[in-house]
Design a protein around this ligand. Sequence first.
Ligand code: FES
Length: 119
Amino acid sequence: MPRIYFRTADQYVEFAEGEEVNVLRMAIREGIDVPWQCAGGNCGTDRLVVEEGAENLDPPRRRERARLGKLVDDGYRLACQTYTRGDATFSWDPDQAGLDNGPGGGDGGGSRTGWAGTG
Ligand code: FES
């Protein structure tokens, strides 16, 4: 069974073989304390370092690239924009805030509408 390991929280989530799951959604569902605000690829609060399993992740989409900029090249992903089909390990700074440059940044934490708010 594939496993997402959230190293900073020392917790993991398993999911069914053959599924593709959203990393932030899985963290929220299991009560894992990944920082996040918008769940829409805008704030950058949920940027994670991919430690292992990059090959199992879908490639960054345009919105994610725009939000992260060169951080993508440093191995960062936005949890809310990242889907995995297999094992992956992530870490993050527990105190990190949103990225305040570029579109959507610095809005101080707007709505949590969308999939994350509706369960
Ligand atoms: S939670 Fe805002 S970009 Fe992912």
